[in-house]
Design a binder for this molecule. Structure first.
Ligand code: MN
Ligand code: MN
Length: 295
C-alpha cells in the first residue's frame, strides 16, 4: 500500500517536472493550445470568421509559397513576413474589449522558428545597440487577455526596427487612440506595415542592422477600420465607416503628433502596391479608401 503511494507520488512529480518543461517552451515556440495549456489558461485565439485577423483581406496575397511574402497565422494576428528583409511586410489583427485583460507585458522577445525553410530567424540580438527599438506591429498592450496572447506579440516576426522617438511618441499615441476607440464600445480592424529601405534612429541614418540581417524600413503605415461593437462585421462596413490611415517616415523626430501623418488608404496602396481592405465591396472601398480622416 505504502509502496503504491510512493509510486504515485513519484509519477506525480515526474509529471509536474515534464509540464514545467512545457511552460518554458511557450517562450520559444508559437503553437497555441498544445501542452502549454496545462499551465497557462489559453484564451481562444480569434479564429471565428467574424473577428478573423484577415477579415478585411490579405493585402499582398501572402502565402506559404513566397519567402518574401510569407503568410504566418499566429492566431492573435496574421503576418506577411519578408525573409530577405528579416521583418514583416504587414501585420493584420482585430481588437475588441475582450482582448484587454490583466496579463502584464512579458517582454519575451524571441525568434520565430516558423519562418520559411532556408530563412534565418531573426533574434532580438540583431537590434542590440542599433539605435532602433524593437517596434511592435501588433502591440503588446492590444493582447493582454492571456499569457499566450501577450507572448505572441514578442515573436520577432511581429517586430520592425523603429526609430525610438517614433515608436515611443507618435506611434505610441496612435496605438493609444485605437484603445480609446475600443473602450468607447467600438471594435477595430488594424493592418500595419512598412516599406522602403533606410531610416534614422538614435545613431543616425542606417539601411540594415546586424550585417544586413534586418533591413530598416523607410516608412511605417497603419490602417484602422472603426465599427461599433457587434456581429457580422464585414457587412456593417459602409460608405460612412471611419477609417484612420497614417503614413510616417521612420525617423527620430521628437513629436507625439500622429494626426499630421494622416493620409488615404489609396495613398498607402499606391506606395506599397497592396490592395488593403480587399474583402470590402469594391464600391465601398472606392469611397472609404479615398477619404482622409479629420476627426
Ligand atoms: Mn511600439
Ligand atoms: Mn483596397
Amino acid at each position: 500500500m505504502k509502496k503504491f503511494s510512493i509510486y504515485f507520488l513519484a509519477i506525480f512529480f515526474i509529471t509536474l517536472a515534464s509540464c514545467k518543461k512545457d511552460t518554458t517552451s511557450v517562450l520559444t515556440t508559437a503553437p497555441i493550445g498544445s501542452a502549454n495549456a496545462l499551465f497557462t489558461p489559453v484564451a481562444t485565439p480569434p479564429t471565428d470568421e467574424n473577428d478573423s485577423t484577415l477579415l478585411m483581406g490579405n493585402p499582398s496575397q501572402a502565402s506559404a509559397t513566397s519567402d518574401n511574402n510569407y503568410l504566418l497565422r499566429e492566431g492573435y494576428y496574421s503576418v506577411s513576413y519578408n525573409c530577405q528583409y528579416g521583418r514583416p511586410n504587414w501585420v493584420s489583427w482585430h481588437v475588441a474589449s475582450s482582448d484587454y485583460g490583466s496579463q502584464a507585458r512579458l517582454d519575451n522577445f524571441r525568434e520565430n522558428l516558423n519562418v520559411p525553410v532556408g530563412c534565418n530567424a531573426i533574434t532580438p540580438q540583431s537590434y542590440t545597440s542599433s539605435g532602433f527599438d524593437k517596434g511592435h506591429m501588433c502591440p503588446s498592450a492590444d493582447r493582454t487577455s492571456s499569457f499566450n496572447a501577450n507572448s505572441s506579440t514578442f515573436l520577432m516576426t511581429n517586430i520592425i526596427p523603429q526609430a525610438p522617438n517614433n515608436n515611443q511618441q507618435r506611434w505610441a499615441r496612435l496605438e493609444d487612440e485605437c484603445r480609446t476607440l475600443v473602450q468607447a464600445n467600438n471594435e477595430v480592424y488594424i493592418i500595419s506595415g512598412v516599406y522602403g529601405e533606410g531610416g534614422s534612429g538614435s545613431n543616425g541614418f542606417v539601411t540594415t542592422l546586424d550585417n544586413g540581417r534586418v533591413t530598416v524600413p523607410a516608412y511605417l503605415w497603419k490602417v484602422i477600420v472603426v465599427i461599433p461593437f457587434g456581429k457580422d462585421d464585414l457587412n456593417r462596413i459602409n460608405n460612412s465607416t471611419r477609417v484612420i490611415s497614417v503614413l510616417m517616415p521612420n525617423d527620430n523626430t521628437a513629436s507625439t503628433d500622429w494626426k499630421q501623418f494622416r493620409t488615404s488608404v489609396d495613398d498607402i496602396e499606391t506606395q506599397t502596391g497592396y490592395d488593403i481592405l480587399s474583402n470590402v465591396t469594391t464600391g465601398i472601398q472606392t469611397i472609404i479608401e479615398s477619404r482622409v480622416d479629420t476627426l
